[in-house]
Design a protein around this ligand. Sequence first.
Ligand code: NOJ
Length: 590
Amino acid sequence: MGMDDKKLPFCESNKCSCLVFVFVVAGIAAVVCVTFLVDDVRDIYDHDGKAAGTPWWKTTIIYQIYPRSFQDSNGDGVGDLQGIISRLSYFNYLNVGAIWLSPFFTSPMKDFGYDVSNYTEVDPLFGNMNDFDNLMKEAKSKGIKVIIDFVPNHTSNESIWFKHSRNAKDSSDPFWDFYIWNKGTMINGTRAPPNNWESVFEGSAWEWDNVRGAYYYHAFLASQPDLNYRNKRVLEKMDEVVRFWMDKGVDGLRIDAIPHLFEIANQSLDEPKGATNGFDENLHKYLKNQPEIYSVVKRWRAILDTYEAKDDNSRFLLAETVGIPHEARLKYYEAGSVPFFFNLIPAEDKCNATAQCFKTLIKDGVNLTEGLWPNFVIGNHDNRRIADRIGQEYVDAMNMMLLTLPGTPTTYYGEELGMRGGDYSRMTPRDPYAITSHDPTKSRDSERNPMQWDTSLFSGFTNSSQGPWLPITINTEYMKVNVEIEKNKTGSSLDLYRTLAVLRQNEAFKSTNIDFPKMNVMNVLIYIRGSGTNRYLVALNLGEENDGINIAGAAKNATLTFSTKPRQGSLDLSNIQLKIGEGIIVHLVE
Ligand code: NOJ
């Protein structure tokens, strides 16, 4: 007996049956319509494909691995894919469900892999394709999603494409316009670049090439020529790259340097004076954030969607969007990606990391049209570690902030331990940015220091007799700050991180809502997550002195759920004292 048969006794006349029939048909039509509409909306914002329920990237932490520095398996002092495989269970232990791998593709390593010479090969330094396939298999068996770096803006000058292009004789050659070439100008009989455009890594963005007899444009190093995205062949080649990795089963891509994908077509235009800081969002108006970018992102999204449609596994598209205005951020969402919200990283430069300032930055981070999914990030391979940037005493509070804010958090390897960066001040920098800018303070070596696993020689990172590619330095206190020691220490940064990673699975932290109660506290950042009876108040002392808060107005009763430091006695809601760098989570009971 069907459902309709059951209903009939309540409606026996013919007229009534007819009406029921009309309602049923209308109902089915409405459901179909809404499903399509919702799918449409979802396609724009969630990219959930056909996958039912919440996509995995909305419920997990993403952990960034810089492969050179995570785990060496073959004793050459450089981390590799086998090394990562050997550490996969660490992510289960950490309660982290996704890893993002910085580049491991064939590269002359001038920018440590962000100069790719072959997009579909593994650099021998990191292993081989077999290792990658094993990594995927092992990660899958442990329930860990794998996101890989995708570096579409530029290749290495050792790429076969660039070799073809510089040797191309005329436009009949398919590689003729693969890169951005310009003959330049003559100034008083001397050859000069076509305009004043500068590279992010400083100096002219144009490099003369004797073989081709022209300048080529490079947003980054001279050995990283920019691809020409106005060339349909480039687009097609990159589609193949995306498909290659999707076929390998990766769960998402992090698109490198996407705001640089296009430059203004008119190369006779000079940039405004002072446009020398590559990461400043107000400068480089001809070199960054050009409107053509979004259709390319959409194109890659569409490829990912075809894979989602096949297996119901949502594919995540993260965009590295340093220095973009708010409107551009929304356009990346519209195009089907989630643009990294980086504003918490330079917080200490902007406003000395006061609570009020963080509040403004966070509000900015969640200032999104309904349906858009926020994300926060507080460190990566291009910025000093939290302990060095903000201060060791704030690491736990910062991790706590990251893991209790709405949206997807990204943690840079080692930050869960409160690792300091290496002190390489007396060493010649390895980072090309420090070299090309002739400014060692710009070096990114410090934050790329080897992961500290244990108390053995070289912290368990390598068994090379030469030591790791970047030394493990004394300032990091590696004998105390490492996985082995922190695993066994209640209240260590690692211990707190793991607990928070579980806590954030509570519904209150899964939603996107966040409230900032009106309280005039200088040093303590306070916000409330969740709704109804499931509300948690997060308080973080990010200031430079101990401070007290009165949250009696927020709830009649409250219980302490979590604290970064041991606390004694019961909570007096009208006077909760928080030490510098202390954070608490309080369950509010009406
Ligand atoms: C952004 C990457 O994060 C950075 O490390 C790299 O140097 C540039 N892109 C150039 O690829």
